[in-house]
Write a protein that binds this ligand. Structure first.
Ligand code: NAP
Length: 353
């Protein structure tokens, strides 16, 4: 099969690097174009990026010349499909410009996530939300459109809640996150601030968790999303962990469920797009562990090649019904891997034509 050419906006950052790593031997997509800020434009990728991943920078990528990010600054024409991993302020201006130029933008940033016409997509959870693309006028004008993936902490939380919401209804959620430093990008949080420390504030993060869940778990009604009636209260903390966001979660259900019911719902969950056999989809989106002191980032973060959400410590909650721990890889399941899976869903649904 001929691979579809893809570009990466924000290719030099933490998420951009994950895209390069995950796409190196992708069966459907091939990187042909990279872009970043003016700081990087015109340099080879090897020169512009401070490569931070444990696998070597692919040689064919190292020698690519990085383009400027805005369409007007492009030194080479962008491909039609673009993965975007831009700082959200830059994304708010640059992503719509690519859509206006007829590109398909698959975004990681928060800039357009809550736009009512933009799918906030997890293929296992809400593939039907792709119907929102019919609301994007550019799609009929020039074929350009945008989809987004959720905030990195909202991803693991949404996946853990989706089967429970479907089976029993989720009414209230309390979540306290312990988020890895890679979630802040590179160079991110200064080492003197985070080593041996916990920072109980991540700008904008609690608001994202408290709004994205309702959109993702919402239902399509007359071409629009009716948000799920779930109240979420979030506390977000930055902790000195390299990769992997851990979340302590308490939930109130609409109908009673036993411990066995909850675990069975998680273990049976395969998601709404399993029949499409997408290359990046994990065999098990949720892995439940009975081990008393798991999940842990160091031990469990690469479950399902970083695409599975690992859940453990299910026990009764004195305030609500149940409490448990969720772990999700922030730059794979929460960012680049999520966006690649979304692109695979687009291809499988014939939406890249
Ligand atoms: P990062 O390491 O700071 O990388 C930011 C990227 O954006 C770099 O390529 C940078 O290029 C580029 N950029 C910054 N300002 C720009 C501008 N004004 N014009 C054009 N390009 C610009 O951040 P990251 O962690 O990869 O995150 C990227 C996006 O993904 C953010 O919106 C973030 O919220 C989202 N996200 C991150 C994670 C995570 O775990 N890290 C998870 C989910 C979503 P230069 O190198 O040339 O400056």
């Amino acid at each position: 099969m001929t691979k579809a050419p893809v570009g990466i906006l924000g290719a030099t950052g933490m998420v951009g690097q994950r895209f390069i790593q995950l796409l190196e031997s992708h069966p459907w997509f091939e990187i042909t174009w990279l872009a970043a800020s003016e700081r990087s434009a015109g340099r080879t990728y090897a020169d512009a990026a401070n490569w931070k991943l444990a696998t070597p920078l692919p040689a064919n990528i190292a020698s690519l010349i990085v383009s400027g990010a805005a369409p007007a600054q492009c030194t080479s024409p962008p491909p039609r499909m673009i993965f975007a991993a831009l700082d959200s302020h830059a994304a708010a201006e640059i992503e719509p410009a690519y859509v206006a130029a007829g590109c398909i933008v698959i975004s990681n940033s928060s800039a357009l996530r809550m736009n009512p016409h933009v799918p906030l997509l997890i293929p296992e959870v809400n593939p039907d939300h792709l119907a929102l693309l019919n609301q994007q006028a550019s799609r009929t004008l020039n074929g350009g459109y945008i989809i987004t993936n959720p905030n990195c902490s909202a991803t693991g939380l949404a996946i853990s809640l989706a089967p429970l919401h479907r089976a029993f209804g989720v009414e209230r959620v309390f979540v306290a996150t312990m988020q890895a430093v890679s979630g802040a990008g590179y160079p991110g949080v200064a080492s003197l601030d985070i080593l041996g420390n916990v920072i109980p504030f991540i700008a904008g993060e609690e608001e994202k968790l408290e709004t994205e869940i309702q959109k993702m778990l919402g239902s399509m009604r007359d071409g629009e999303i009716e948000p799920a009636p779930i109240t979420v209260s979030a506390h977000c903390n930055r902790v000195p962990v390299e990769d992997g966001h851990t979340e302590s979660v308490s939930i109130k259900l609409s109908t009673p469920a036993t411990k066995e019911d909850v675990i069975a719902a998680w273990q049976a969950f395969r998601g709404g797009s399993r029949h499409l056999h997408l290359p990046s989809a994990p065999a098990q989106p949720i892995i439940y562990t009975e081990l008393p002191d798991r999940p842990q980032p160091r031990l469990d973060i690469y479950a399902g090649r970083g695409m599975s959400t690992v859940i453990g410590r299910l026990r009764p909650c004195n305030l609500f019904d149940w409490k448990f721990t969720v772990l999700s890889h922030n730059t794979i399941r929460g960012a680049a891997g999520a966006a690649i899976l979304n692109a695979e869903l687009l291809k499988a649904k014939g939406l890249l034509a």
